[in-house]
Every structure is written in structure tokens, then in C-alpha cells.
Design a protein around this ligand. Sequence first.
Ligand SMILES: Cc1cc2nc3c(=O)[nH]c(=O)nc-3n(C[C@H](O)[C@H](O)[C@H](O)COP(=O)(O)OP(=O)(O)OC[C@H]3O[C@@H](n4cnc5c(N)ncnc54)[C@H](O)[C@@H]3O)c2cc1C
Length: 482
Amino acid sequence: MGDKQNGLSRREAIAIAASGAVVAGLPGSASAKEAGQTVDVIIVGAGFAGLSAARELRRAGKSVVVLEADERVGGRTKAATLAGETIDIGGQWVGPTQTHLLALAKDYGVRVVPQYADGENIIDIAGRMARYRGETPGLADEDLAEFGAAVLQLETMAARLPVPRPWLAPEAPELDALTVESWLLVNVPGKPARELFRALIRAVMSSESADVSLLALLSYMASAGGLEALIATRGGAQDSLFEGSVWSIASKIAAELGGAVVLGAPVSRIEQDAKGVTATSAKGVWRGARVIVTAPPAMAARIAYAPPLPARRDGLTQRMPLGNVIKVALAYDRPFWREQGLSGLVISDKTEFGPWFDRGTSLTKGGALVGFFDGAPARRWADRTPAERRARVLDDLAEYFGEAARHPVDYVEEVWTLAPFQRGGYVSVPGPGVLTGFGSALLDPVGRIHWAGTETADAWVGYIDGAIRSGERAAKEVAGAP
Ligand SMILES: Cc1cc2nc3c(=O)[nH]c(=O)nc-3n(C[C@H](O)[C@H](O)[C@H](O)COP(=O)(O)OP(=O)(O)OC[C@H]3O[C@@H](n4cnc5c(N)ncnc54)[C@H](O)[C@@H]3O)c2cc1C
């Protein structure tokens, strides 16, 4: 079942030339041998969706090539070194219902470790700071009651939606006409509960509540099994993390795929004809029966398509931006916050940086914290200098943990909004009218082009688990196609 990596046959060369591929115009770095390989399925993107699709297709006996724009695999997951140890500076956590990621971790021997959650959390919302234990946010009683009632309302609406096609619900147009913010303004009048919601939307979607359609939030909740699953540590999406990095799983899958993964190969053009598809990249031209595009819609829009994509698909990609996020990890010689009885978790609407969490001493010597600039704070800080961001992070940490927070032994950050082939994270965020107007184009193949990526998942949209599910689904779609 090895890939057909021999040079271009005369017949294939004629087919590619006939379909208009600009072989002659390829950069000089593309060797004649590279330019023009033929496989059953071309996969664009070596994130978890692309790698999972390739793995499944190989198992089904198909030949594949995975063309990755970046010089590394992993996409929105990435390893970094903090105080000499490997950590994740992209996606990192896994929850108990994220069964596809847990299964992959097991297959590749990467151990899962619980997120540290002992001690008290800090909440500082609408000018009131409190310490609390467990998962129920430490708001004042009346604010908590208002927050709880609003969560219940949202959960009830979310439970009625058909995932992954929420636009098919009879109430979808009404829900998709609102932003989360416009719903909050009417349904959550109290400032503390409303500000907490805004902070949580930032934390789970890297977006402002005014950017997100209510239907999009509800279907995001439904795909995860509810809001609590999204925001909780124990039993939720932040339950556990990986020894070393989750990225190492992507790296191991890529190693298994060997020469089928081509790095530094941004696909610039996809052409299809009656017999197949042709993908043009900086590393050569590939011909296949089908192509799976796993880049998120806004990045997939940077590829030229011939014939042009249908109006609905192009319209979708014009309207589905990625969220804004900067991730920061800091190492200390000891976890001094634990000595103060704190878990390390802080949710605040006062600081620019946040939320942040303990990264876990079972994973790092000494102590480590990890946190985010999400949504509007990420927009404000992405174009500042690393030194300015570091100073702001240290000020914000010192606000709650004291002066010791100002003296990390190491600091690493990733400005995802600037990453050339990701340009944001954690997920693409539909505003009002997008899912009802264009949603079907997320999933519906266009001839020989199939779409995958976490945005297209049937569960855990926005998460690594969803990316894996989407890759496996697209592989089945393609394997069953003529
Ligand atoms: C800071 C951060 C924290 C996160 N935290 C978590 C977490 O704790 N848990 C969790 O489950 N998820 C988390 N996520 C989300 C998770 O990382 C993503 O949902 C998941 O990795 C998406 O995988 P994917 O394969 O769908 O897309 P991607 O990983 O984006 O893969 C798409 C790939 O396509 C490539 N590409 C783009 N354009 C082209 C082109 N023209 N030609 C070739 N290749 C191209 C990209 O370089 C990329 O490698 C986080 C994300 C970020 C950014």
C-alpha cells in the first residue's frame, strides 16, 4: 500500500498539463521528481485532522500525501521548551469524553496526567474578588443564582440542536439572528453574572461575546455535551493534560506516515476535473482522485480553486474568522501559589492576561503557570513587543499571587494570531447569520474536494478531539467515494 512516489508518468503529465497546472512556474526548489506524484488522496494540512485522515486512509489501503504549509506538523498544537522541559504552547488539555484523542494517546503511548486543581481558585469579576473551591464559580449568592438560571436556559436551547448541522433546527434563524452579547444584554441584567459570561466566552472561544452568534455558541455547547463540559476542570475539557506534549502524538503519527508528509508545502491551487484533482504547492504538484482540505475556512480561502468554489462555500470562508489568542507559559523555581493555598486558576475581568492555570509539577520541575490573552486582549497585545507582553503578564500575575510572580525562571509565548499558517485560534467563530446562511458549506463536499478540520466535527468542535473525529469522518467519506 506504499505511496506511488515515483516520478510523473507521461500520461499523468499530460493530464496535469491539460488541467492547467502551472508545472513550469514552480519554484526552482521543486525537483522534477517531486513535481508530479500521484496518490489516491491528497490531504491539505498536517494538524490532527489531516494526520488522522491520512492514518485512516492508509489503514484502508489508500495511498496519501499530506501537504503541510508549515515547517512542522501539529497545526494549532505545538511543542515548546520551558525551563528545559517540553510543554504544549498550543492545544494541551483533554477531557474524559474526548474519546478519540484519548484513544490516540493510548495507541502512541503518551501518558495523560490530571490537571492540578487542589486549593482555592480566584475569581475577580465586576470589582468583587473571591477565593472559592471546586467548579462552581465563587460569585455572590444572588449573582450565582442569576448565572445558574442563564446557564440552564442556554443548556435547554442547546440540547434541542442537531449537531453537526444546527442550522436545520426550526428555531435556528431566530437564534442565529442574535449575538451572544445581545442575548446577554436582555437575559442577564446583573453585571457580575454578565461579566462572568463574557470572560467565559473569551476563555472557551477566544472571542468577544459580540463576535459570536447565539446559534454558534449553542451548537458549540451541544457538540461538547454542555457548557459545564466546556468550562470545567474536573470532568470537563481541562480535566487532564499530557506528559511532555499532546503535540508529540501528532509528531508520532507523522513519523509513521514517513515520506507521505511533506513539510514547507503550502498548497496555493486546487484544480479538479472529471478524473481527479491537482494540488499545486511550493514543493511540487500532486495528482489524486480526491483531496481533503483540513485548513480552517479562513485559511482554506487563501487557496485558489479551479473551477471556482460555489457561492455558498466561498461565502462561508469570507465570514468565519479565527478567534484571537496568545498563549504564555512561565516557570518558577517553586509553585509559590500552592503555598498560599491557591490552585493557580484565576478568572478575572480586571487583567488583560487570563485565565491562567497551574501547569502541574508532575510535568515540570519547580512550578509552572500557563495562561492566555483571549479575544479583545489578544487583539490589543498581538502587535506589541514580547518585552511589553511579558511585563504585562507579570503585572497581572503579581496582582493575585504577589511579588514572587515577577521572577519566573523562564517565559515562553506563542502569538497564534501572527502564526503565518494558523493566524489565530482556538477555533473559527461564526457571527450572526453565518451558520443558517452558509453552514451546509462547512461539510458538503464540492465535487472531489472534501472538508475536514475541527470546525466540521460532529462532537467537540474547536478541540483536538473534534479535529481527529473530522479527519476520520472525511477519510470514510473519501474511501467510500468512486
Ligand atoms: C492556544 C491554543 C490553545 C488550545 N487549547 C486546546 C486544548 O487545551 N485542548 C484542545 O482539545 N484543543 C485546544 N485548542 C484547539 C486545538 O488545538 C484545535 O482545535 C486543533 O488542533 C485543530 O486541528 P485541525 O487539524 O482541525 O486544524 P489545524 O491544527 O489548524 O491544522 C490545519 C493545518 O493546515 C495547515 N495549512 C493551512 N493552510 C495550508 C495550505 N494552504 N497548504 C497546506 N497546509 C495548510 C496549517 O499549517 C495546519 O497545520 C487550542 C488551540 C490553541 C491555538
